[in-house]
Design a protein around this ligand. Structure first.
Ligand code: CMP
Length: 141
């Protein structure tokens, strides 16, 4: 499988605080090409489906409430070794544990309101990208 695609969402806390531009700038500076992007708002059904894997977790309801609380920016990013490279750029899930200079260290509030999502595998990058951009041409050939 190709490993040059990852999927991201700038989450409601970061959108509400006006960090879209600053975060996109970091993504560009790190050498990612934005191949699809949209500002959108997830419904409860969409968020529940997207985070189905966390259904049994104690934080699931709060996660869905939070992810549907405001707009998000969804995007597909391209770069060699995209998943691993992007996870380095965004830092640990918990911003308190994130390295200096990472997007979560700079812009996230907490483990639940953690500013940005990045796919955790090449397989999920494709699944998550298709979830938000089902008609995009890159998946049609
Ligand atoms: P992300 O990795 O983008 O997708 C799953 C999200 O669940 C994660 O970001 C966090 O926002 C949230 N999450 C993961 N672990 C916890 C936790 N222990 N408590 C609260 N939220 C969490």
């Amino acid at each position: 499988m190709e490993n040059n695609i990852t999927f991201t969402m700038i989450k409601p806390d970061a959108v509400n605080k006006g960090y879209i531009g600053a975060i996109l700038n970091q993504i560009n500076n790190a050498g990612f090409e934005i191949i699809a992007m949209k500002l959108t708002k997830l419904s409860k059904e969409e968020a529940s489906k997207f985070y189905q894997i966390h259904e049994e977790k104690p934080f699931f309801n709060d996660l869905i409430k939070y992810m549907t609380s405001g707009c998000i920016v969804a995007a597909i990013l391209k770069k060699d070794n995209a998943v691993e490279s992007f996870r380095k750029l965004i830092g640990s899930t918990n911003p308190a544990e994130a390295d200096e200079g990472t997007i979560r260290k700079l812009y996230a509030e907490s483990i639940s309101a953690n500013a940005i999502h990045g796919s955790d595998s090449d397989e999920n990058a494709i699944v998550e990208s298709k979830f938000h951009f089902e008609d995009i041409e890159i998946f049609n050939h």
